[in-house]
Design a binder for this molecule. Structure first.
Ligand code: 5GP
Ligand code: ZN
Length: 112
């Protein structure tokens, strides 16, 4: 999608600090980290949020979770949190599906 920030990051039109890339997904460090380690994993296909996950794209989302587990191992993350905000009230500011991976500090529950 031409006016989507994360589509522009995938295409390289906007620079990012890449963690990992394959045919289906792209991972990069968050520009405003909320933990010592904070990266985002996104599908290359433009999907608005978890609310648009369906039988056609669910395999991509499953693949993203396998990538998250693999990256966490590779980066030596023993404990981490995976978060996806859906919609404005939950705090979604970029409307391209993304999973935050946060690690390296104590975290509270429930989240704010
Ligand atoms: P959301 O608020 O939608 O759950 O998460 C969007 C995330 O994207 C935020 O954590 C924000 O810091 C991050 N972000 C926004 N713009 C950029 C950017 O240009 N580059 C990078 N690396 N992260 C961004
Ligand atoms: Zn997009």
């Amino acid at each position: 999608m031409s006016d989507c920030l994360f589509c522009k990051i995938i295409s390289g039109d906007i620079p990012s600090n890449k963690v990992y890339e394959d045919d289906l997904c792209y991972a990069f460090y968050d520009i405003d980290p909320q933990a010592p380690t904070h990266f985002l994993v996104i599908p290359k296909e433009h999907i608005r949020s978890v609310s648009q996950v369906d039988e056609h794209n669910a395999a991509t989302v499953g693949h993203i979770f396998a990538v998250i587990a693999s990256l966490a191992k590779k980066l030596g993350l023993d404990s981490y949190r995976v978060v996806s905000n859906i919609g404005d009230q939950a705090g979604q500011s970029v409307h391209h599906l993304h999973f935050h991976v946060l690690s390296g500090r104590d975290m509270t529950w429930p989240p704010g």
